[in-house]
Design a protein around this ligand. Structure first.
Ligand SMILES: [Fe+2]
Length: 245
């Protein structure tokens, strides 16, 4: 499985504090059957400002540690980008990392309780750069819980949706669980990801949610959300890489 949303790099945000904690999280992920994790530290949320350059360095360092420890897991760079008026500028100058740094998709975090004015315009502008926004944990946003049709409208415009594994399994409460289930049934979910922060409370585990989602939408469709769809976005190359073969 491929996890496109996890706070797994040490001391960049509210995820693990040390490299040892990161490695413990990686062991949990690998034993759950996860082969690849996109590391997505919080960025530009007013508290954490993980910059592209630092994320790239931390990903490289963690991959080296994993190789040395013979843990069969690959970490790719990314970020969880909070909606922010300087986001476009960040994407342009490389501070705001896209998924696998390929300028094709970004993981976009909206506030839980309201949609800031200008968000639709921002989403449109991101799309105009040829980048597809993926709404992080849409089922935890109270606006989408109350207005699922607005999320459908965004999906119709080309936006993709990530739902968090522990919402499906009920960790965040019945409102989030029911909302995740509703979105799955409406077929507006493209990814199930862990949004892991630790080994215990918020672990990088997808198998339990996959099992639950399989009961809701069937095994084949559920598997697309942790295998096929994430694989498609992480294997996309930047145009520059394609040009040079
Ligand atoms: Fe997150």
């Amino acid at each position: 499985m491929i996890d496109i949303h996890a706070h797994i790099l040490p001391s960049l945000d509210d995820g693990p504090k040390t490299i040892e904690e990161s490695i413990e999280m990686c062991k949990v992920a690998a034993s759950d059957g996860i082969s690849t994790i996109v590391a997505t530290p919080h960025s530009k949320d007013g508290v954490y400002e993980a910059k592209g350059e630092n994320i790239l360095k931390a990903v490289e360092a963690l991959n080296l540690e994993l190789q040395e420890a013979c843990i069969d897991l690959k970490i790719l760079p990314g970020a969880e980008l909070h909606v922010n008026e300087r986001l476009l500028e960040g994407i342009e100058n490389g501070d705001a990392l896209t998924i696998n740094n390929n300028r094709k998709h970004i993981l976009l975090e909206l506030p839980f309780f309201f949609i800031p004015p200008g968000t639709e315009r921002l989403i449109f502008n991101i799309q105009s750069l040829g980048i597809i926004p993926i709404i992080a944990h849409a089922e935890r946003t109270s606006f989408f819980q109350k207005n699922p049709k607005s999320l459908e409208k965004l999906v119709d415009s080309g936006v993709m949706v990530q739902v968090t594994a522990q919402s499906i399994t009920g960790f965040f409460g019945s409102r989030e669980r029911k909302c995740a289930e509703r979105f799955l049934k409406r077929k507006i979910v493209h990814f199930i990801a862990s949004d892991a922060h630790s080994t215990r409370n918020r672990p990088p585990i997808l198998s339990k949610a996959l099992e639950k989602a399989s009961q809701i939408i069937g095994k084949e469709e559920a598997e697309d959300l942790v295998f096929k769809n994430p694989r498609e976005i992480v294997t996309l190359q930047t145009e520059a890489k394609e040009d040079t073969g």
